[in-house]
Design a protein around this ligand. Structure first.
Ligand code: WTA
Length: 665
């Protein structure tokens, strides 16, 4: 039996429970993929099958080899080929006579809207590309982008891609420390950010976070600052800081030749939480990544250029990179980008946007669906959602009840739902039904996509029987996979490949870090993380990283952080803290812990509960028993506690949790 991390354990459907849903005929009739022989074809023709993905792109020089595996697991895809990602997302659509087709429909927080045609976007991207060159950015310089959901964010990504400079987007809600750590790790000397943004109607100062981050960096950084807030937040610029509009204004109307990149050249870096406190810089490439996201946007999200497609994620995470920016724009479709939250100014905000833009395909996370459910069906009912033909889910398991609600109240009972399992490291969707082919089973993501092979294994790497839980692995490479970690190939091997591979036999097995089980039909049900990563409202957080932020607070002797289930599919952060003898009062330490987590990671990592205990449960060898804390937090039956040096502490902790929950502290 595999250990499952808190929060997702009751999210999976019982094996026999889910009702199957077949895709409606109306959907199948128009779907991009409807022939189930695609699974067999991909199997037989692997790896050549991936030529189909590559053929969705325009190559400057054709590739020679589909897959090179002599240096596995450092696989190389479409080698010999060259291309430019920004050309593929912009120029070629202009050349195809689609210059006035909407590329981005931006919905601002306060009801402002902006539409960028492919031509508009092309102009903006070129001007910024010229400006970046003017600042001295060259191919292979990592440009950090620290922006909220404003149009300048995808413009900046594409401008970097145009000149061959990898981007590293840092989610705008992360802290100054988090920004500094990432810029330091990537030795990034260029930053595109903004003065601030609106958070629930208030002006929030982003620039001051940036100032703090830059103070701690050794390298000199050149910064472009978007003026998002105007007079609502005046700011001053230092000598190495440029006002974005003024800067770009100097390059009005200029164009930049897209730089031809090798298929294997880095397109971007994306930092994500790992099992240690240090974030991992996941490296994605120009050819394989772009081909894979274009392919999955077409096959899984059934997108056609004429569609209006909305992925309601943040571009600061991989979901937004792949399915707001690169996938949809590579296909030449219209992608919606929303700056705000689902409940501001009211709880029907998303449905109003779907209605007004006649959105065809909508993609969100289960945490959002659970919120919609809680708010009630009257909000979607206020609007005409009949334009929708397909819905998607990502980030956590979606429990059958939420699935059915989404299906009925958002999809009107007529839209298939793709429950897409993937990760920052996989680049794009790897497990999901194909919406025009497979039956859906609420609670189970589906079979692996054509060309992808999943295997659920026990701790020794042996495949388990259907219905048994185990570690989810991928046994065949795919074009969208991460190539390495920016911190080095060794860490890449350690994190993903060492555990289940047999290098002597030439067998490389990718370890996902998730637990899963597979049913008789090959459908994969996800059961949550098996490592020290937790998933809080779709944000991937490392418990170790939060733990170090807690432990750093003066007066804290020891800390352990675990995930606790907050209902089906939801997870919240629980911190257990023991204090030093002469420490400040608990209330002060509590406040200091919250402040430090906010400062070193971001608000999103703030614990739901901080539980003070005289001691943490420990093994005889002195290791903190986090598993036990997780069981205690989740009100689970406690397993064997005989390994504990201090078993008496368990009762005290249970009592402390009760006090914490009743506010009796
Ligand atoms: C979880 C987001 C269940 C999983 C694309 C994975 C899911 C982690 C699903 C990656 C799903 C993602 N069902 N769990 N459909 N999709 N996950 O890197 O634990 O931010 O390992 O990528 O999210 O999170 P990341």
């Amino acid at each position: 039996m595999v250990h499952r991390s808190g929060g997702t354990r009751d999210a999976s459907a019982p094996p026999d429970a889910p009702d199957r849903h077949s895709p409606p005929r109306s959907f199948v009739e128009q779907a991009n993929v409807t022939d189930d022989s695609i699974y067999e074809t991909f199997d037989e023709e692997w790896p050549d099958c991936w030529r189909r993905a590559a053929s969705l792109l325009s190559w400057d020089r054709p590739y020679e080899t589909v897959l090179e595996d002599d240096d596995a697991p450092f696989y190389r895809w479409f080698t010999g080929g060259t291309l430019n990602a920004s050309y593929n997302c912009l120029d070629r659509h202009l050349e195809a006579g689609r210059k006035n087709h909407a590329a981005i429909r931006w919905e601002g927080k306060h009801g402002e809207t902006k539409t960028y045609t492919y031509r508009d976007l092309y102009v903006r991207v070129n001007e910024l590309a010229a400006a970046l060159r003017g600042l001295g950015v060259e191919g292979d310089d990592v440009v950090t982008i620290y922006l909220p959901m404003i149009p300048e964010l995808p413009i900046a990504m594409l401008a970097c891609a145009r000149i061959g400079a990898p981007h590293s987007v840092v989610f705008a809600g992360l802290s100054a420390d988090a920004l500094a750590t990432r810029m330091d790790a990537a030795e990034s000397e260029y930053l595109i950010t903004c003065d601030g943004y609106y958070r629930r109607g208030n002006a929030f100062n982003q620039k001051s976070k940036v100032d703090n981050a830059l103070l701690s960096l050794e390298q000199d950084v050149t910064t472009a600052v978007v003026d998002r807030l105007g007079d609502d937040l005046p700011h001053v610029l230092a000598e190495t800081e440029f006002d974005y509009d003024e800067l770009v204004g100097e390059y009005r109307g200029e164009t930049v030749e897209p730089v031809s990149r090798d298929a294997e050249d880095m397109l971007f870096l994306m930092y994500t939480s790992g099992t240690t406190g240090r974030p991992k810089g996941v490296v994605h490439t120009t050819g394989g990544y772009l081909a894979y996201v274009a392919w999955t946007t077409r096959t899984v999200f059934d997108v056609e250029p004429a569609d209006t497609y909305w992925c309601a994620a943040d571009i600061g995470w991989i979901t937004g990179h792949s399915y707001i920016v690169y996938g949809p724009l590579a296909l030449g479709t219209t992608t919606v980008m929303y700056e705000g939250t689902p409940d501001y100014p009211d709880r029907d905000r998303l449905w109003e946007i779907v209605d007004r833009n006649a959105v065809d395909v909508f993609y969100t996370a289960p945490t959002a669906v659970r919120a919609f459910m809680k708010w009630g069906k009257e909000y979607p009912e206020k609007h005409d959602l009949s334009s929708l033909r397909l819905l998607g889910s990502v980030g956590e398991p979606i429990n059958p009840k939420a699935w059915e609600w989404y299906h009925e109240h958002i999809g009107g009972g007529e839209c298939p739902i793709v429950d897409t399992w993937w990760q920052t490291e996989t680049g794009g969707v790897t497990v999901s039904t194909l919406p025009g082919i497979g039956d859906m089973k609420p609670g189970a993501a589906g079979p692996p996509l054509p060309g992808i092979v999943t295997r659920v294994v026990d701790a020794d790497g042996n495949e388990v029987d259907p219905g048994e839980s185990g570690y989810l692995t991928l046994t065949r490479p795919w074009p969208g996979m991460a190539r390495t970690l920016y911190d080095g190939g060794d860490r890449f091997l350690d994190e993903y490949w060492r555990r289940f591979s047999d290098p002597d036999a030439g067998e490389w097995v990718y370890e996902s870090g998730d637990a899963a089980r597979v049913d008789e039909d090959g459908y994969v049900t996800l059961l949550g993380r098996v490592d020290d990563v937790i998933n809080v409202s779709g944000h991937r957080l490392s418990t170790m990283e939060i733990e170090s932020a807690v432990a750093a607070v003066t007066g804290v002797a020891e800390a352990a952080v675990v995930g606790r289930s907050s209902g089906p599919g939801g997870t919240e952060v629980y911190a257990y803290v023991s204090t030093e003898r002469d420490a400040d009062p608990e209330a002060e330490i509590r406040a200091a812990i919250e402040a430090n987590i906010e400062e070193s990671i971001g608000r999103l990592a703030r614990p739901e509960s901080i539980v003070f205990t005289p001691e943490l449960p420990k093994t005889r060898s002195g290791k903190i028993m986090r598993r036990l804390l997780e069981d205690v937090s989740n009100d689970e039956e406690l397993g064997d506690t005989s390994a504990l040096r201090n078993p008496e502490i368990v009762g005290e902790i249970q009592e402390a949790i009760r006090d914490e929950e009743t506010g009796d502290r």
